[in-house]
Design a protein around this ligand. Structure first.
Ligand SMILES: Cc1cc2nc3c(=O)[nH]c(=O)nc-3n(C[C@H](O)[C@H](O)[C@H](O)COP(=O)(O)OP(=O)(O)OC[C@H]3O[C@@H](n4cnc5c(N)ncnc54)[C@H](O)[C@@H]3O)c2cc1C
Length: 448
């Protein structure tokens, strides 16, 4: 076992999971987190209250024996429940019958991961420590300690920057030659609302589904919590028609809800108070080309923040940790090899999921209620039902497999071309098992 020292900046979801992995490898791990200890202070901050955990996230948790612990605090969601304006509900299953994505409280998950990391004797957490600057020359970090109200410096062997989308560790990379960086906000923002449990403490909507109110240019979603409530998130443009800047008065908010989400109003007794109390936040995609320099490496949102419409930001960050661990094995922890390979392997994959997450917003807010899209989905389901086709939909590839995102993305483009062709065929449902169509499928999916 190695006796490396590793310093992690950011004890969020990815940083605390990374601490577990490094501790298991025998590293002496120090985690510096700018917030107070959430086990004592409760979870403050954080953008969304619950998150969807899918196969990539579970795989990373399972590899280190944490799956069972996290399963206890998660709820399976087997499909989307689409709510029309007139109040009809339509369930669309995600994958095979037993396949689900899981709703888990961000705060609880982070707390468990911190507890689990802290249970290793070779891990030390340092809270209220704000990283101000990383120095590549001597691998040191300048911190500001909020308790003592003073600056201090820490020397490290290796630094892992897991300090999120607005990473201070990453800002040190900005001064490097040929460092490319981009940050793109979409025109929509988000706001969280709440559907409480009923008087019996039960869920007021189907518990095992991700609820969506698709309304074309905007939408609301709701994910279940274990206390019987749902966390709702509205994704609405900041400006223009049906936009946040229009929703400045109570009357406008009530009119908006009555027009677009009438079936949700009786479930949300405090939606107006919630609307004005809760912040409206932006949604950003962050891309950069270089994730390492000397002994400093970025992971998670620090190197690739994405919009949340595929529910993959955390899953991709957890996958980073698993892949880094595999490379540490393969390269016997020679960092001069591990970091460049990590960057080379992961960059195309995180670029692919960044794009798929943007594309999926259009699917969720608009296409799930579109007839042509639903026809394609129906045909796709028929293809998938025949296992001899070896066809995995884009959604399943992203959410229910560990296949590289970049491969899933490439296949998805071809699948879409195929489905566009197939829906034009008369009686395609009856012909789907014909040799002619099977050949088409084979040709397209296997690179035809
Ligand atoms: C609305 C919304 C919904 C989402 N839904 C999903 C979903 O369903 N599924 C999914 O997989 N992902 C989802 N995500 C994405 C997910 O939240 C992120 O990808 C994930 O939190 C990234 O983890 P991280 O550890 O890299 O960063 P973070 O979770 O942001 O953690 C960073 C940590 O670093 C600390 N920190 C920051 N700056 C400093 C500093 N200077 N010094 C010291 N510490 C610092 C922070 O306090 C924090 O604890 C969603 C995101 C949003 C905005």
């Amino acid at each position: 076992m190695s006796t490396n020292n590793s310093t992690i900046v950011g004890g969020g979801l990815v940083g605390s999971l990374l601490a577990c992995y490094l501790a298991k490898r025998g590293h002496q791990v120090d985690v510096y987190e700018s917030r107070p200890d959430m086990r004592k202070a409760g979870y403050i901050g954080g953008r969304s209250i619950n998150l969807a955990l899918s196969v990539r996230g579970w795989t990373a948790l399972e590899k280190i024996g944490l799956k069972g612990e996290i399963e206890k605090i998660s709820i399976p969601m087997y499909g989307r429940m689409i709510h029309s304006v007139s109040g009809e509900k339509n369930f669309q299953q995600y994958g095979k019958e037993d396949e689900a994505i899981y709703s888990v409280s961000r705060g609880e998950l982070n707390k468990r991961l911190v507890e689990l990391a802290d249970s290793y004797e070779n891990v030390t957490f340092h809270f209220n420590e704000l990283c101000e600057k990383v120095n590549f020359q001597d691998t040191s970090i300048d911190f500001f300690n909020f308790d003592r109200k003073e600056k201090h410096q820490v020397k490290a062997d290796k630094i892992f920057g897991t300090d999120g989308a607005f990473s201070r560790v990453r800002s040190a990379f900005m001064a490097l030659p040929r460092f490319n960086y981009s940050q793109n906000y979409i025109e929509h923002g988000y706001k969280e609302l709440h559907i409480p449990a009923n008087a019996q403490g039960e869920h007021q909507l189907e518990k095992n589904a991700l609820h969506i109110w698709p309304r074309g240019s905007f939408m609301m979603i709701a994910l279940p919590n274990i206390d019987g409530s749902f966390t709702c998130t509205m994704f609405v443009p900041f400006e223009g028609e049906d936009a946040f800047d229009d929703l400045a008065t109570e009357k406008n908010v009530v009119d908006f809800f009555e027009k677009y989400f009438p079936d949700a109003i009786p479930l949300m007794p405090n939606y107006i108070e919630d609307f004005f109390r809760n912040p409206t936040s932006g949604l950003v995609t962050v891309r950069c080309n270089q994730w390492y320099q000397n002994n400093v490496c970025l992971l998670g949102d620090a190197s690739h923040a994405i919009v949340p419409f595929f529910g993959q930001g955390m899953n991709a960050g957890f996958e980073d940790v698993r892949i880094l661990d595999e490379l540490m094995d393969a390269q016997n922890e020679q960092w001069s090899k591990v970091f460049p390979q990590f960057n080379m392997l992961r960059k195309p994959d995180t670029d692919a999921i960044a794009q798929m997450a943007l594309d999926n917003f259009i699917e969720m807010r608009d296409l799930v209620a579109d007839e042509h899209f639903l026809n394609k989905k129906r045909v796709e389901k028929l293809i998938m039902a025949d296992e001899s086709n070896q066809y995995l939909s884009l959604y399943s590839g992203v959410s229910f497999s560990n296949e590289r995102y970049s491969e899933v993305y490439k296949k998805g483009l071809k699948q879409n071309e195929l489905l566009e062709e197939l829906v034009l065929i008369d009686d395609v449902d009856l012909k789907i098992k014909s040799e002619e169509i099977k050949k088409k499928i084979r040709q397209k999916i296997n690179g035809g």
